[in-house]
Design a protein around this ligand. Structure first.
Ligand code: GCV
Length: 658
């Protein structure tokens, strides 16, 4: 089904220019990645032009030439047309593969071949997907079916593995963590002989697409797998246990990228138990796997999840910086700190984590979430690339120039190479991969953005829509319109001005204004009858001081704080006038009504596409948009009613509030 090919469906094109080159494809070098590239060209030639493209050993017979060129950086490519042949060069076979996918994107967009002349080096050295898949087949925060990596504590390797690798590589992904960061039960044993054969097969498929396999690791493995009574990272017995274990792993799986670790976070074990630092824990493991070129990717999502809601001093937003900034410069070269985009947890709007800018002598990676845990769970459309763009463009002021998150993640600010971007994946075994067909734009978009962060959200949306639906301008306009407005629309009918949460506990879907207000998770809005918001200024929790100037001062006062984050940083009375002249309470009412109107408009726009997009996609997307429209009303009415009842202030426009 075209559906499962997602954006690699290669529909017929009317621009015939490339036909002249479809005589054969030649490469002097040969390896699994180039083989994958050739297979892709053959598939595309068949789909787009109905031509069987032969692989030839004779360069003069080939209209397409693939070449690894030492002049180019490792993963870079250069593609250009010539008289006799179209050339695709790469700094490595992976570079050639990326060049092939770029050529195919352009051909699908009907760009005349003589104009397809491009070169590109990926900005981020690491472009990763983190799957939160459990070995029983469930997926933590998964909204598209079950895992396609695991079932009943076994590893799955099948056609879908290859299709997944193709899709991931087509947007430049070069690293994949297959298991959940909450490593429990059978997953702890992924580093034992029981799983090596299957992991090797998986690794083999990934390697054929330039992707390195990574695993999430259980910090308490010496206790749970071994017979030790501690996992203290400075204990000699623990160190030698890890040495032996990881040597066994690397001997069985050479080329393994390394390990992702969630430690001392939400009940997971870590170095704190033994009075050690996170640098002690990360460095111990990193030193052991260094001879194999392995990386330790260590998450900074460390906070007190047993807070008392009565306590106004402890601020979860501060935790990442408080724990990790003092350790700056102490992590070894093959450790990377992976930092969530915001200081809380993937809310629809958060400020950028102050660790970006706060760490100057440490490898860093940006972690975003394309699984829509707090942004509609792939039942609502929420195209997240505009949010990621804002994060990447944020100036941290940690250096006179090259100080954006994009510069830091790509290693330019501090001259680093172990760095990049990771996304918590949004895929499962649903036939269309992502549940909501439009959610595939987030997977596609994350990959493209991590490869080339200079792309705009619109360019990415258009590319994805063209590849998925073809070039009909009306279809493209509608899809782009829906995608581009969707994040702001979702924000409007959910929680206002950066305050976040207000969701049902545990599963995190749907409105519940006080759902996390009297809980232990450090996620409070502090609304009372006079106002709402958390004072994180110097008068409050002091979180604003974690930013470099002028950001610290900008966030510190109500007058200078960017309005979309006002309630994240300040407690504000309902009658406070915002810059546009409306009061805060009126803004809450207005945006919630607007959000629902926009959700209604998305349904109307989509319905116009009947007969213009594949029927199955049209039907299932229409039904999800309808659900979104109805659930947006729940959000609107619960949030508006809550604040009307708290404040007693009526809507100036007398709309229905309950
Ligand atoms: C994998 C949030 C999610 C958890 C997730 C955690 C994390 O708290 O709700 O499911 O656990 O983030 O990022 O580690």
């Amino acid at each position: 089904m075209a559906h499962s090919q997602a954006w690699l469906c290669y529909r017929t094109v009317s621009e015939p220019g490339f036909r002249q080159y479809l005589t054969g494809v030649y490469t002097q070098e040969g390896d699994a990645v180039l083989d994958s590239g050739i297979r892709e060209l053959q598939l595309a030639a068949q789909g787009m032009f109905g031509v069987e493209l032969p692989r030839t050993e004779a360069p003069e017979e080939a209209g397409i030439r693939l070449q690894v060129s030492p002049e180019l950086k490792t993963e870079a490519y250069r593609i250009y047309p010539g008289e006799a042949a179209y050339t695709i060069e790469g700094g490595s076979s992976a570079g050639v593969l990326y060049g092939i996918f770029q050529l195919l994107r352009r051909l699908q967009a009907e760009v005349p071949v003589q104009e397809i002349r491009e070169s590109q080096t990926p900005d981020n050295p690491l472009r990763m997907l983190n799957h939160w898949d459990n070995m029983d087949g469930s997926i933590e925060r998964g909204y598209s079916g079950k895992s396609f990596f695991f079932q009943n504590d076994e590893i799955l390797v099948n056609d879908r593995t290859r299709d997944y690798a193709r899709l991931a590589a087509s947007v430049g992904i070069n690293g994949v963590v297959i298991n959940n960061v909450n490593v429990k039960h059978a997953a702890t044993s992924l580093i034992t002989g029981r799983y090596f054969d299957k992991l090797r097969s998986l690794q083999h498929i990934f390697a054929g697409y330039g992707i390195r396999l990574f695993l999430s690791l259980n910090f308490a493995a010496p206790l749970e797998l071994g017979s030790l009574d501690t996992s203290d990272p400075l204990d000699a017995g623990v160190v030698s246990w890890w040495q032996e274990k990881l040597q066994e792993v690397y001997e069985a799986l050479p080329g393994l990228g390394g390990f992702l670790i969630k430690a001392d976070s939400e009940g997971r074990p870590g170095p704190f138990t033994y009075g050690r630092t996170h640098a002690d824990g990360a460095n111990m493991l990193a030193d052991i796997i260094k001879p194999w070129g392995g990386l330790i990717i260590w998450r900074c999502f460390v906070y007190n999840c047993k807070q008392d809601w009565r306590d106004r001093k402890t601020d979860r937003a501060r935790a990442g910086y408080d724990h990790f900034q003092p350790l700056d410069g102490t992590f070894h070269d093959n450790v990377i700190l992976q930092i969530k985009n915001g200081p809380m947890d993937f809310q629809v709007r958060e400020p950028v984590s102050p660790l970006f800018g706060g760490l100057e002598a440490t490898n860093q990676m940006l972690e975003v979430q394309i699984a829509q845990e707090y942004t509609g769970q792939q039942r609502h459309v929420c195209y997240l690339i505009p949010m990621f763009r804002e994060v990447l463009d944020f100036r941290t002021h940690c250096a006179p120039e090259k100080d954006t998150v994009r510069d830091i993640a790509s290693g330019k600010t501090h001259g680093r190479t172990n760095c990049g971007m990771a996304a918590v994946a949004n895929t499962g075994d649903d036939s269309n991969w992502t549940g909501h067909d439009l959610a595939a734009a987030n997977w596609y978009g994350f990959g493209r953005l991590s490869f080339d962060p200079s792309l705009t959200s619109e360019e990415i949306a258009r590319e994805w829509a063209t590849l998925t639906f073809g070039t009909d301008p009306r279809v493209l306009a509608v899809v782009e319109n829906i995608l581009m407005g969707s994040w702001k629309t979702y924000e409007k009918y959910t929680s206002p001005l950066g305050i976040g949460w207000m969701v049902n506990p545990n599963h995190h879907y749907g409105p519940n204004v006080d759902g996390y207000e009297y809980d232990r998770w450090g996620t409070y809005h502090r609304a009372d009858h006079k106002g709402i918001g958390v004072d994180r200024s110097t008068e409050g929790t002091g979180y604003t001081t974690q930013y470099k100037e002028p950001n610290a001062s900008m966030y510190n006062t109500v007058e200078t704080c960017p309005e979309e984050l006002l309630l994240f940083f300040h407690y504000v009375p309902y009658n406070h006038r915002l810059s546009g002249g409306t009061t805060l309470i009126q803004h809450i009412y207005n945006t919630h009504f607007e959000g629902v109107e926009e959700a209604d408009a998305m349904v109307r726009m989509w319905l116009e596409l009947a007969g213009k997009v594949p029927e199955e996609i049209h039907r299932s997307t229409a039904s999800r948009l309808e659900e979104q429209r109805l659930h947006a009303r729940e959000w609107r009415d619960m949030v508006n009613t809550y604040f009307y009842r708290k404040s007693g202030i009526p809507d100036e426009l007398n709309r229905t509030i309950y």
